[in-house]
Design a protein around this ligand. Structure first.
Ligand SMILES: NC(=O)c1ccc[n+]([C@@H]2O[C@H](COP(=O)([O-])OP(=O)(O)OC[C@H]3O[C@@H](n4cnc5c(N)ncnc54)[C@H](OP(=O)(O)O)[C@@H]3O)[C@@H](O)[C@H]2O)c1
Length: 204
C-alpha cells in the first residue's frame, strides 16, 4: 500500500496563513479538481481533527479517517468517517488489512508531520499556488531527519499553479508491515471490527 501526502501550499511555503483559518479560497479550481479526483481514486483520506473541523463533514465517496487524541468525543460512521487515536503506523496497518492500495494523507501540518516522523510517506503531491502569506503553518514542523526527495513529475495546473510530485527517496518500506522494527506494533486503539469504530450511538 502506498501512502501519498497531498497538499496545497503558498509560494512562500505555508499550507495555511493561520491555525484558525478554515478558508481554502486561495486554492485554485484546478487544484481542487485534482484533489477531488486523486482522493476519490485512493478511496480513503487521513486527516487531523483540526482539518476536519474546517470542513465539518466527511468528504463524500471516500472513507474519512480523522486522527484525534479523544475519539470518544466524536461520532464515527463505519466506512464513512472514523475517528481514531491510533498512530499513523496502526492506521496504515488497518487500512492495508481492509485492502486499500493507496491512502491519501490530506493534512494538516500535525498529521503530515506525524506520518513523516514515522517515515511513512511514500510520495508527496504538492501544489504551489501563486500567493504569499508572509506567515503561517508549514507542511512539516520539527522533522528530526528531513528525508531526501526525488522529483517524479511537475505539471502546470491552470494558468498559475504548479503541481510537484515527489518520491520520498529515503523512505525504505513499501508497506507498514515491512517496518516492524522501526515502529512499535501494538493493538489498534479504539478499533472495533475492521474500522476505527469508537463512538457509535447505541442504536446503530
Ligand atoms: N493547504 C492544504 O493543503 C491544507 C491541508 C489540510 C489542512 N490545512 C490547514 O491546516 C490547518 C490545520 O493543521 P494543524 O496542523 O493545525 O492541525 P491538523 O493536523 O489538521 O490536526 C491536528 C490534530 O489532529 C490530531 N492528531 C494529529 N496527530 C495525531 C497523532 N499522531 N495522534 C493522535 N491525534 C493526532 C490531534 O487532534 P486532537 O486535538 O483532537 O487530539 C491534533 O490536535 C488548518 O488551517 C487547515 O486549513 C491545509
Amino acid at each position: 500500500m502506498k501512502t501519498l501526502a497531498i497538499a496545497a501550499q503558498s509560494l512562500d511555503g505555508y499550507i495555511s496563513p493561520a491555525a484558525e483559518t478554515s478558508t481554502m479560497t486561495w486554492v485554485s479550481a484546478e487544484d481542487k479538481a485534482f484533489f477531488r479526483q486523486f482522493t476519490r481514486e485512493c478511496g480513503v483520506v487521513v486527516m487531523g481533527r483540526k482539518t476536519y473541523d474546517t470542513i465539518r463533514k466527511p468528504l463524500p465517496d471516500r472513507l474519512n479517517i480523522v486522527m484525534t487524541c479523544d475519539p470518544l468525543k466524536c461520532e464515527s460512521i463505519p466506512g464513512v468517517i472514523e475517528f481514531t487515536s491510533s498512530t499513523p503506523f496502526e492506521i496504515l496497518k488497518n487500512l492495508e488489512t481492509r485492502k486499500f492500495e493507496k491512502v491519501a494523507v490530506i493534512g494538516g501540518s500535525g498529521v503530515y508531520t506525524s506520518f513523516a516522523k514515522e517515515n511513512l510517506i511514500d510520495e508527496l503531491y504538492l501544489t504551489i499556488e501563486p500567493i504569499l502569506f508572509g506567515r503561517g503553518i508549514p507542511m512539516f514542523q520539527d522533522l528530526p531527519t528531513p528525508p531526501t526527495l526525488k522529483l517524479l513529475e511537475q505539471r502546470k495546473l491552470g494558468t498559475s499553479s504548479v503541481l510537484l510530485h515527489y518520491k520520498i527517496a529515503t523512505n525504505p518500506p513499501q508497506s507498514p508491515f515491512d517496518k516492524g522494527e522501526a515502529a512499535t506494533p501494538s493493538l489498534v486503539k479504539g478499533r472495533a471490527g475492521e474500522g476505527f469504530v469508537v463512538s457509535l450511538p447505541p442504536n446503530l
